[in-house]
Design a protein around this ligand. Structure first.
Ligand SMILES: Cc1cc2nc3c(=O)[nH]c(=O)nc-3n(C[C@H](O)[C@H](O)[C@H](O)COP(=O)(O)O)c2cc1C
Length: 271
């Protein structure tokens, strides 16, 4: 059986969970061929990815403003499921996974996939790079254990031939509300900037998921930048810096009616 695990991961959390799932599936079945496809780079999403050989799919994405990143959603809409079965998983920074399960489920089903299951994993928040201290050691062993259990349940479903029914309860948020939530990072977080001259290795430019960086001229296109901080994390000279975002953290807690304690008690789960 050929399984393609397709993931987007700007700062490696989703990739880490994807790798745990991959290893567990490979450990449990000799007849599975697992192909990992990283769609984070702009260049990958802008060429036609050949998915003909994939019989089953596992999709893994981070939560950005309660949903999968908009660039991922746009890319998913270009795929043809052709009745093939898939499973989904998400990582999120403990604030709110929002409507990500239903929203992504809908896109996949509308594009001809048969979604069998979903799971969410707790992970360090991207904005720890801007001074937050949220779930810094996650995912941890407990999260990995759930990832391995999820891998086993995905494999079982893929191997069974009987029809599975999996549904996710719809949400009641309007498009307008969801758009506003999704736009918050762009509205409230400035793109990273160069703190000094650099050697122009071009890594930031190559890795940027939205082709927003002109490394040579040290310019980041504010409109294209999705504030994912891939460039900040991966810069070998650590020359890219971001604003102090601690005020934004306090705001997020207030808006979401959250206590810090609740975030720290969050658990990864299979739906
Ligand atoms: C633009 C942006 C929006 C985010 N929105 C949310 C959110 O709505 N809820 C949440 O709990 N975490 C949110 N996060 C945190 C990420 O979901 C979390 O850190 C995730 O594990 C990052 O995955 P990655 O390391 O694979 O890129 C957001 C991060 C970014 C960069």
């Amino acid at each position: 059986m050929n399984i393609c695990l397709i993931f987007f991961s700007a700062t490696n959390n989703t990739k880490t969970i994807g790798e745990v799932i991959t290893r567990e599936i490979e450990k449990n079945s000799r007849s599975v061929n697992l192909l990992l496809i990283d769609i984070t780079p702009y260049s990958v999403r802008n060429q036609k990815v050949n998915l003909k050989q994939c019989e089953k799919f596992i999709f893994g994405f981070p939560v950005y403003g309660w949903r999968a990143p908009s660039v991922v959603r746009e890319w998913l809409k270009t795929l043809e499921g052709k009745g093939r079965e898939c499973a989904m998983f998400f990582t999120y920074g403990g604030i709110n996974s929002g409507v990500v399960h239903y929203d992504t489920y809908q896109i996949l089903e509308e594009n001809g996939f048969k979604v069998l299951s979903s799971a969410e994993f707790i992970a360090s928040h991207t904005y720890n790079l801007g001074g937050w201290n949220v779930l810094e050691n996650r995912p941890n062993d407990e999260d990995f254990k759930i990832a391995r259990q999820y891998a086993q349940s995905i494999l079982k479903k893929f191997q069974e031939s009987d029809l599975h029914s999996f549904q996710i309860k719809p949400h009641e948020y309007s498009d307008k509300t969801l758009k506003r939530i999704e736009n918050n990072p762009k509205r409230m977080v400035n793109p990273p900037r160069w703190a000094a001259e650099c050697d122009v290795c071009g890594l930031c430019d190559n890795l940027c998921p939205t082709n927003a960086i002109d490394a040579e001229n040290q310019i980041i296109n504010e409109e294209k930048c999705i504030r994912c901080f891939s460039c900040v994390l991966n810069c070998p000279e650590s020359v890219l810096e971001v604003d102090d975002l601690t005020r934004l953290y306090k705001m997020a807690l207030k808006v979401e009616h959250l206590l810090e304690k609740e975030i720290n008690n969050r658990k990864s789960k299979i739906l």
